[in-house]
Design a binder for this molecule. Structure first.
Ligand code: HEM
Length: 56
């Protein structure tokens, strides 16, 4: 709906903060948890975001 695509590493890097907010902090994504993402997977996403080098 927002024309956001996460098909490439570059797109994921460019949207890292939004991905972190939506999937780890606010937990609004995946919508209704349609894909059954686990708590462990959310934690792993958080570690990826917080541990990454600035700009990467
Ligand atoms: C871990 C998996 C997912 C991630 C990281 C993710 C991430 C995001 C992000 C960052 C946005 C933009 C939010 C904003 O800027 O306000 C978004 C929007 C959206 N996502 Fe996801 N998403 C995921 C899975 C899903 C799934 C499985 C669905 C459908 C069942 C879905 C449906 C949508 C929709 C409909 C929007 C637009 C919402 C709006 O317009 O307010 N997403 N998602």
């Amino acid at each position: 709906m927002k024309n956001l695509r996460l098909d490439s590493a570059a797109q994921i890097r460019a949207n890292a903060h939004n991905i972190y907010q939506q999937a780890v902090v606010l937990r609004q994504m995946p919508m209704s948890n349609a894909t059954g993402v686990t708590e462990q997977e959310r934690q792993a996403l958080g570690q990826w975001y917080l541990g990454r080098a600035p700009g990467s």
